[in-house]
Ligand binder design. Structure first.
Ligand code: BG6
Length: 490
């Protein structure tokens, strides 16, 4: 382990994300020796906090990770608080002064990592001020980590991107999609490219369809204000789901470098077919959760949630068909679905292979055997399973279908680093593999915008589903039309 010299400036330093994810992740990196003596953190936000108070908060956020009070105090001593109004140029002068002092006293040599973990409205202003007030260092690296949402459509994303690009180069901008930090999302490329058996069949000759489900059991909770303007399409499809699609669909990269991998992902996303309004109706469904039950508890409908309009037409569920116009994927639908207040929290990918040409095990050779299905369990279960047809033990020749399964042990899951820890580590090392390139963001918004526009104009097709279910019947119909059905590997 080599120590990284770095000064973090965290905008939104009093916020929920910083407390829940960033500080514990920084602590883990510290414990492992990646951060040691030559690092400091400036937390900044509106509130007036003292350094002492800030350090108490830091200690609280890591209380279940630390080994001793002494270590906690030492770690927290690297943290400095500066109250800040992002619109006021004066405040950046203070920040700059503090940054220079800390750079000096911790001998950081100019490496700076700016983390924007606050309302996206301010992303543009902050980066411009960082430049104008001279916070961007002239020796060492400057990197910007930026949280979602990256715009709310293609146009706003482009404007934001241009603002960032006035100050930072593309290779200095690290756009977070925390799904890319998940262990099993990172495993997609490994299972594909390290297994000839899989990679040689990874195309339209052998695969019937691919299904991606991101289901959540929680409702919108206290995020109604944000979510009611966003909806599931923007919140989950534009980023997490299309990222997973690109990892499944991309061609093998020449090398496992960030440049090569992201180039392949960009190509895959560019090949996603953009629908016309008629095709949107055929290929996408949206719905909102209604009252329902889960494990005997009674659940509210979406329109009664905090900060949600009573007559809200926002979708909390999306299912759709994504088509990728490449040699490899012509004719293979990628079905996607995501929703809140569904039956359970679970993310899985099911790759459904084509059947054998003829069923020798039935009187009727046309009768279909269950297909081979490769399941990639992303969360909370992590692992793989492969559904096979075999002979049932005993006299005669009956078939039996079972799963070859490997699931990570609870210990492995508990010991593997959390997404944010891995992503921060990658950024410190200048590795952008698991961050989204602007070209990926651009293609994703273009795909999503067409659907959004059609939905905004045509308000009639929003349906509902009972809380605690796997979504509306329209979602099942979508696959049934093509002769398929959703797989859910319990
Ligand atoms: C976020 C969305 O990006 O991802 C949330 O804004 C969603 O609405 C969350 O709940 C899901 O992430 P995870 O890691 O819990 O699957």
């Amino acid at each position: 382990t080599t120590e990284q010299n770095v000064l973090f400036t965290i905008f939104g330093g009093t916020g929920d994300l910083a407390k829940r994810k960033l500080y514990p992740s920084l602590y883990r990196l510290y414990k492992k020796g990646f951060l040691k003596e030559h690092f400091a953190v400036i937390g900044t936000a509106r509130r007036e906090w003292t350094n002492d108070y800030y350090r108490e908060i830091i200690k609280e956020t890591i209380s279940d990770l630390v080994i001793s009070e002494e270590t906690a105090t030492e770690f927290a001593s690297h943290f400095y608080y500066q109250s800040h109004n992002v619109n006021d140029a004066e405040h950046y002068v203070n920040l700059k002064k503090l940054a220079e002092e800390l750079d000096d006293s911790y001998q950081i040599n100019g490496n700076r990592l700016f983390y924007l973990a606050m309302s996206p409205n301010f992303f543009g202003t902050i980066t411009q001020q960082l430049n104008q007030q001279g916070l961007v260092s002239t020796n060492g690296f400057n990197r910007l980590i930026i949280e979602k949402p990256f715009g709310h459509d293609y146009e706003s994303a482009s404007i934001l991107n241009e603002q960032l690009r006035e100050v930072f180069d593309e290779n200095q901008i690290f756009r977070i999609d925390h799904y890319l930090g998940k262990e099993m999302v990172q495993n997609i490329s490994t299972v594909r490219f390290a297994n000839n058996m899989i990679e040689s069949m990874w195309n339209n000759r052998y695969i019937d369809n691919i299904q991606i489900t991101l289901s959540e059991s929680l409702g919108v909770e206290e995020r109604g204000g944000y979510y009611d303007k966003s909806g599931a399409l923007r919140d989950m499809v534009q980023n997490h789901i299309l990222q997973i699609v690109s990892l499944l669909a991309m061609e093998p990269p020449a090398k496992l470098t960030d440049i090569d991998i992201r180039n392949e992902k960009i190509k895959a996303l560019r090949a996603v077919r953009l629908f016309n309004p008629e095709e949107v109706k055929e290929n996408f469904v949206r719905a909102q959760y209604d009252v329902g039950t889960n494990n005997d508890s009674l659940l509210n409908k979406y329109q009664n949630e905090l900060n949600v309009a009573e007559d809200s037409q926002t979708e909390t569920f999306v299912a759709g068909k994504v088509l990728i116009d490449t040699f490899r994927w012509k004719g293979v639908p990628f079905y996607i679905r995501t929703g809140k207040r569904m039956a359970e929290k679970g993310t899985q990918i099911n790759v459904v292979f084509k059947n054998v040409p003829l069923n020798l095990f039935s009187e009727d050779v046309e009768e279909e055997l269950p297909p081979n299905v490769l399941t990639i369990f992303i969360q909370p279960t992590e692992g793989f399973s492969l559904q096979l047809n075999t002979k049932k033990a005993g006299i005669g020749l009956e078939t039996e279908t079972f799963d070859l399964k490997h699931i990570h042990s609870a210990e492995t899951v508990a010991n593997s680093p959390e997404a944010y820890e891995k992503l921060l580590f990658d950024c410190l090392n200048g590795d952008a593999t698991n961050f989204t390139h602007w070209d990926e963001v651009a293609s994703s918004w273009k795909f999503v915008d067409v659907i959004r526009n059609e939905w905004d104009q045509n308000k009639t097709d929003l349906t509902s589903y009972p809380s605690g279910s796997m979504g509306p019947t329209e979602s099942d119909d979508l696959l049934a039309k093509d002769g398929f059905s959703w797989y859910w590997n319990p």
